[in-house]
Design a protein around this ligand. Structure first.
Ligand SMILES: Cc1cc2nc3c(=O)[nH]c(=O)nc-3n(C[C@H](O)[C@H](O)[C@H](O)COP(=O)(O)OP(=O)(O)OC[C@H]3O[C@@H](n4cnc5c(N)ncnc54)[C@H](O)[C@@H]3O)c2cc1C
Length: 512
């Protein structure tokens, strides 16, 4: 059941993100019975299990020194019920496959991670993934009707929306008060157990969504689907400075966009023929008719005519696709950075209340300049959620130290602004040790109580969400002289996977 071949272990040593940690072994279960047997064996042998989908998660929840459980292939069942608008998808089924199956019925899964081509249903649920359309449709949490999970004791259960809190973990009036007091008020949050959502719904499902493989192993997801809106239109709006962009966001939100995305000049510089502006907002409107969609684009442009420096509009899907291609065009350029300059994700997922968006972006620029690390910024302006890739020169002396200092400074900044360190990617290993700075020790104690209630032996992804005693965020890096040694051909293939976002590649193929 456990593969210990060194080449196979090496192929699972990296995910997206900064880490390279060679696991002790790899397991590739073919069905739920295999997962049950594996969990029972892990309990007997005191093995740590690291559930894993495509490995595209950024903060290191998909790597570790225990046993990697590769769920990316054995759980591919997919059945759409158009009447109830529910699709049952095995944990391995990607967002793209769910949507391809739903489309003939005029249905879709609305949150749209840009990693949808490879992100698995298990991985999306575990991170509470999100996308550009989350500004209107929420994160995936809202669309999970039920989960089939294997508990840490090997029990298989179906946990359904509306079925209540279960017996493992419950809240008292005091802990409810603490949660409402201490949870940051951002529109997105994938930073720890969602006790606020659990308190609001009373549903165990809300503890499991976003639990990053630390409370149970997801084997099947029942996704709720939504009709595909008939019409769509949008615009690209350029601004000469940050303040003008920040002021435009609440106005655009009042028009109920289905996406409101930001591309900062730091990213636009990598896009051939991009407009020469400080920031570009891409706004999309889904409506019941073409006239309504075109009308609201007109409202957006008229309402902002004093503040925009650049306007392009699109009145149909093809036109919108062309406008939005500017987003995709940055990726190949970033992948071609000189070998010594790596795009690293350590401050990549901060989310702040909307009224702090300008202060957050300005603070990021100042912090990056202070530590001498170039950054590129883009993200989900309508949710106050900014992705930041740090591009350190990995031949410079002391660059990991500078990266760590940047991580620390941005953590402080997010805390001061009432933000969270992750809006959609999760805590992983990277952010486990900073959660206390956002929630305080009493909420961290509740997080520990949740973990103990579900996984008393700490078999499932130890070190993720609840920090390991030797937590060290900028260590075990895949880059630099201290990186763990793995066969060179596999290291090269892992780098190719990262550059081309080929996360759907079966990892065993990297060993051949
Ligand atoms: C180019 C790129 C673009 C991205 N864009 C987005 C985006 O737009 N929105 C977004 O939210 N994310 C994005 N991500 C991050 C990533 O794709 C998501 O976090 C995704 O949901 C992870 O899915 P995965 O199958 O790769 O999971 P993995 O990376 O393998 O795992 C992620 C976490 O989920 C846990 N897990 C995985 N499967 C299971 C399971 N079956 N049961 C229990 N736990 C499990 C793992 O233990 C780990 O903690 C992007 C990543 C890349 C590389």
């Amino acid at each position: 059941m456990l593969v210990t071949d060194p080449r196979v272990r090496a192929a699972y040593a990296e995910g997206a993100g900064i880490y390279r940690i060679v696991p002790a072994a790899v397991a590739i279960p073919r069905n739920t019975d295999d997962v049950v047997a594996l969990v029972r064996h892990a309990a007997d042998a005191h093995l740590a299990l690291i559930p894993r989908g495509a490995g595209s998660g950024m903060p290191g929840g998909n790597v570790g020194s225990g046993v990697i459980v590769d769920l990316s292939s054995g759980f591919s069942g997919l059945a759409v019920d158009p009447e109830s608008r529910i699709v049952r998808a095995g944990a391995s089924v990607t967002w793209a496959a769910v949507n391809a199956a739903a489309k003939p019925y005029g249905l879709r899964l609305p949150p749209d991670p840009s990693s949808g081509a490879f992100a698995t249903s298990g991985g999306m649920v575990a991170t509470n993934a999100a996308g550009a359309r989350t500004v209107r449709y929420g994160s995936v949490r809202r669309w999970v009707e039920a989960l089939e999970i294997v508990d840490a004791d090997g029990t298989v259960r179906l946990v359904e929306r509306g079925a209540g809190s279960g017996e493992r973990f419950t809240l008292t009036p005091d802990t409810r008060h603490l949660i409402s007091d201490r949870f940051p008020k951002t529109s997105k949050n994938s930073s720890g157990y969602a006790l606020d959502r659990f308190a609001a719904s009373g549903d165990e499902l809300d503890l499991l969504v976003g639990s990053e493989g630390t409370l149970g192993i997801v084997t099947q997801v029942h996704w709720r689907l939504d009709p595909i809106p008939p019409d769509i239109a949008g615009a690209a709006l350029g601004f000469a400075d940050l303040d003008a962009m920040v002021e435009a966001v609440p106005y655009l939100l009042s028009l109920q966009p289905s996406a409101l995305e930001l591309l900062d000049a730091s990213l636009l510089q990598f896009v051939p023929d991009a407009p020469k502006v400080a920031c570009l907002l891409l706004v999309e409107f889904e409506r019941e008719t073409g006239a309504a969609a075109r009308g609201v684009v007109g409202d957006a442009v008229r309402g902002l005519k004093e503040s925009v420096a650049h306007v392009e509009t699109a009145v149909d899907r093809a036109g919108l696709e062309r406008l939005w291609s500017v987003r995709r065009l940055a990726s190949p350029a970033l992948a071609r950075l000189p070998a010594h300059q790596r795009s690293l994700q350590v401050i990549e997922d901060g989310c702040v209340p909307l009224d702090a968006l300008g202060a957050y972006i300005a603070g990021l620029r100042t912090a990056a300049a202070r530590h001498g690390i170039p950054i590129v910024m883009f993200g989900h302006a309508g949710d106050g959620h900014i992705h930041v890739n740090a591009l350190p020169d990995t031949t410079a002396d002391g660059w990991p130290g500078a990266l760590h200092e940047l991580f620390d400074e941005v953590t402080d900044l997010l805390g001061r602004l009432g933000g969270v360190p992750s809006g959609e990617h999760g805590v992983g290993r990277l952010r486990a040790g900073i959660l206390a700075r956002f929630y305080g020790t009493e909420v961290m104690d509740l997080f520990r109580a949740v973990k103990r209630a579900y996984d008393p032996l700490s078999l499932l992804n130890p070190g993720v969400i609840i920090p390991a005693t030797d937590w060290s965020p900028v260590a075990a890096l895949k880059v630099g002289v201290a990186a763990a040694v793995i066969p060179e051909d596999i290291a090269t293939r892992l780098r190719d996977v990262e550059r081309s976002a080929a996360w759907a590649t079966p990892k065993l193929e990297l060993t051949r």
